[in-house]
Design a protein around this ligand. Structure first.
Ligand SMILES: Cc1ncc(COP(=O)(O)O)c(C=O)c1O
Ligand SMILES: [Zn+2]
Length: 433
């Protein structure tokens, strides 16, 4: 892995980790990923010296472009930083669309779409994989592994191929063909698990521990959420140094929403923004343990501690057309819950029909093709609007997290393709008009 990859250094203001459940602290060279006392539920959170970061920050231009390019301009809020550009980690700066026709259709004049389908493997997960590759380079580790519903694996396979890193990937056998194609073609060692994503995850954690591999499991390796923060930090720059009023995020394991919440909390702590956007975590009705528990918690939701959140969010069978968020027990549920609670937002769920309608709306009105999970955020916004949680002038961002070509079969459900015509003129009546 090291050959030819530029050097990577640690952020001197990254101090270590704290357990999200019991608050126990760990040094930054802690090799076991999760908390010793809490086991796999004890997901750690990277800690920084914000006083020092703030002192070094030019508040007029807080995130100058970096030698490493792309998302590394936010290196002051990341654990590691490469010295220069490389295709395995230089990515980011994805478009923030102001979709005029969608705004008009929805009566939301300040709606934005953050288009992370444009990243190298066509999902937001590349932001995490870039950090994994950089950190593995720093540690001199040569094999990375993960379990994935498909996209995290694809991001590792794509960037691993660019870096020359060996990758082992556990995927449920039901992963869509295009995602499996990405894994196989980019040269990863693919282990197709005859079981669910949740079973593939548990298997990967075991294999990683036994073999001493570098874990690219975002819900396990606490540094990966740090990479995903850059999606939100880009929003802050794109909105001219302001936070939106609300952000809609699809939720599976809860890593993306945790990272977006953390990014805005950090911006507030550094006094770059003065209030947090409300975060809406959107799950599918068929895989909605967080949304269900949130509803059950009612007014208490915002005050629950880690143990209470673990107790309340129950594993349930998961089925949905949105394969990337088809998760029975969100691994990062404590972090996700805390971030949503701190923001004044909520978890919610939407039906598969609502998700597929959002896929079609994004495609037809905004020219963006999202996979079902990638469009779940928009489905959540439509529902929140019906329920009166969103006002038209609010500045709303929908995170579009994965490209539709990853799962075109799902998107075509409910679409009738026209019958073929003979290639002869004149065409039969009614074909052209
Ligand atoms: C396209 C897409 N959207 C959303 C998610 C959900 O992210 P998380 O598991 O971090 O909640 C995933 C995860 O696989 C994804 O691939
Ligand atoms: Zn702990």
């Amino acid at each position: 892995l090291n050959a030819g990859l530029p050097e990577v250094s640690r952020n001197p203001h990254w101090n270590g980790y704290r357990c999200t459940v019991c608050s126990r602290e760990y040094p930054r060279d802690w090799p076991h990923f999760v908390c010793e006392s809490c086991g796999v539920d004890g997901i750690l959170d990277a800690q920084y010296d914000y006083g020092a970061i703030g002192r070094n920050l030019d508040t007029a231009a807080p995130f100058p472009l970096s030698q490493a390019g792309g998302m590394w301009r936010f290196a002051s809020l990341m654990p590691v930083a490469p010295a220069s550009c490389h295709s395995a980690w230089t990515l980011g700066a994805t478009p923030l669309h102001a979709p005029a026709r969608l705004r008009e259709a929805l009566g939301l004049e300040n709606l934005y779409l953050k288009d992370d389908t444009s990243l190298p493997s066509a999902s937001l997960k590349d932001r995490a994989a870039a950090v994994a590759i950089a950190h593995a380079r720093l540690l001199g580790r040569d094999r990375l592994a993960c379990a994935s519903t498909g996209n995290a694996a694809a991001s590792l396979a794509v960037l691993g191929a660019r870096a020359g890193a060996a990758c082992t990937i556990f995927v449920p056998k039901s992963a869509p063909a295009a995602k499996l194609a990405q894994l196989a073609l980019h040269g990863a060692k693919v282990i197709r698990v005859d079981g669910t994503y949740d079973e593939a995850f548990d298997l990967s954690v075991r294999a990683i521990a036994e073999r001493g591999w570098y874990s690219r499991n975002c819900a396990h390796n606490p540094l990966l959420v740090e990479g995903k923060k850059t999606a939100a930090l880009e929003l802050f720059l794109d909105l001219a140094g302001q936070a939106p009023d609300a952000v809609f995020v699809p939720v599976g394991d809860g890593c993306i929403i945790s990272s977006i919440g953390k990014a805005f909390r950090e911006l507030k702590r550094l006094k770059l923004i003065d209030r947090l956007p409300k975060l809406f975590g959107v799950q599918a009705d068929g895989a909605a343990p967080l949304a269900r528990a949130w509803q059950a918690a009612g007014a208490l939701a915002e005050s629950l501690d880690g143990q209470a959140i673990l107790a309340l969010v129950k594993r349930a069978a998961a089925t949905t057309v949105a394969d990337s968020i088809c998760v029975a027990i969100p691994r990062n549920r404590v972090k996700a819950w805390r971030n949503v609670a701190a923001s004044g937002g909520a978890f919610m769920s939407v039906s598969d029909e609502e998700i597929l309608a959002a896929v079609r709306m994004l495609a037809a009105r905004a020219g963006l093709f999202a996979e079902p999970s990638g469009a779940a955020g928009l489905a959540g916004l439509l529902k929140a609007r019906q329920q009166g949680c969103i006002e038209p002038p609010e500045r709303i961002v929908v995170m579009v997290t994965g490209h539709g070509l990853k799962d075109p079969t799902a998107a075509l459900a409910g679409i009738e393709l026209p019958d073929p015509v003979r290639p002869a003129w004149p065409l039969p009546p009614g074909v052209i008009d």
